[in-house]
Design a protein around this ligand. Structure first.
Ligand code: NAD
Length: 295
């Protein structure tokens, strides 16, 4: 049994923390909002700051939206660094900048502690099922210590390389997911405009070479018009920004990622930034003045 800190208990963090609690670990929670009551009821301890979490836990997990939130949680006025004891392991499971991650890791290492970047894929469904894919950057030693916790939250767990490599893998993941959503939206729009039932088209395609988790999960959302998040468009914009900034810095071209980001931008401009990223189909639909299915 470990003493585990968990900072950031939103759509993803809450179910992930629940799995750790179910696994018998002692949990110390902190969120800038009130942590979800079921976790407290199940025995987790609420801390008033990230620094207090750090003072009480041996492994500290962070699961907040973006790079600036991680920076505040780790190095803010009442951040983790203020309460950190040597030999603690800090594990950032948020999806953030690989470049900033390397800087954060160095600062945590300088305090005598280990750092793992360990972003996830699999969404709210995977977080609830404990079946997340976890992509890790950091030392083998720290990975081996934290692995039993990862195994409570996920299934496909890979130490990719050093600090930053976990986040780089996640950015690559987000490129594939965005382009897949775009492909599914265009295919279903085409089929629907041609007069075929998009629900039946999706079903038919799920048996063949065009099948994907995106066709299954996001395709269903497009047909049933269920755009409540899930994974918000504004978070996917953040991830594609990381991809495009990285591409620019390295001098490589990601033409289709740029297109997907423009479609996300169009959705956000139409007030859909808080909707699930399957709502990307709205941008495609507006261009053709045709909706895949009725609400
Ligand atoms: P969320 O907005 O639902 O939850 C984030 C939580 O962090 C909130 O409860 C917020 O109050 C808290 N928070 C923000 N700043 C904080 C701070 N400084 N200290 C303490 N708490 C703070 O977001 P989410 O959907 O759970 O996503 C979290 C991360 O996981 C993001 O980086 C996202 O890109 C990634 N992710 C999300 C999904 C998904 O499907 N939602 C899937 C894979 C990865």
């Amino acid at each position: 049994m470990s003493r585990v800190g968990f900072i950031g208990l939103g759509i993803m963090g809450a179910p992930m923390a629940q799995h750790l609690l179910n696994g018998g670990h002692k949990l110390y929670l902190h969120d800038i909002k009130n942590p979800p009551f079921p976790l407290i009821e199940a025995g987790a301890t609420v801390c008033t700051s990230a620094a207090e979490v750090a003072a009480r836990a041996d492994i500290i997990i962070v699961m907040v939206p973006d790079t600036p939130h991680v920076e505040t949680a780790l190095f803010g006025e009442e951040g983790v660094a203020k309460g950190l004891r040597p030999n603690t392991i800090v594990v950032d499971m948020s999806s953030i900048s690989p470049i900033e991650t390397k800087k954060f890791a160095k600062k945590i290492n300088a305090l005598g502690c280990e750092y793992l970047d360990a972003p996830v894929s699999g969404g709210e469904v995977g977080a609830k099922a404990g079946s997340l894919t976890i992509m890790v950057g950091g030392s083998q030693e720290a990975f081996d210590i934290v692995k039993p916790l990862f195994e409570l939250m996920g299934k496909n767990i890979t130490l990719v390389g050093g600090n930053g490599d976990g986040q780089t893998t996640k950015v690559a993941n987000q490129i594939i997911v965005a382009l897949n959503i775009q492909a599914v939206a265009e295919a279903l729009l085409f089929a629907s405009k041609a007069g075929a039932d998009p629900a039946k088209v999706r079903e038919a395609l799920m048996g063949g070479f065009a099948n994907s988790r995106i066709l299954e999960v996001h395709g269903e959302r497009m047909v049933k018009r269920t755009f409540n998040p899930g994974f918000r468009i504004e978070l996917h914009q953040k991830d594609l920004n990381l991809a495009l900034q990285g591409a620019k810095a390295m001098g490589v071209s990601l033409p289709n990622t740029a297109m997907a980001q423009e479609l996300m931008n169009a959705c956000a401009a139409n007030g859909l930034g808080g909707m699930d990223h399957s709502a990307l189909c709205r941008a495609i639909e507006l261009m053709s003045n045709h909706q895949i299915a009725e609400a």
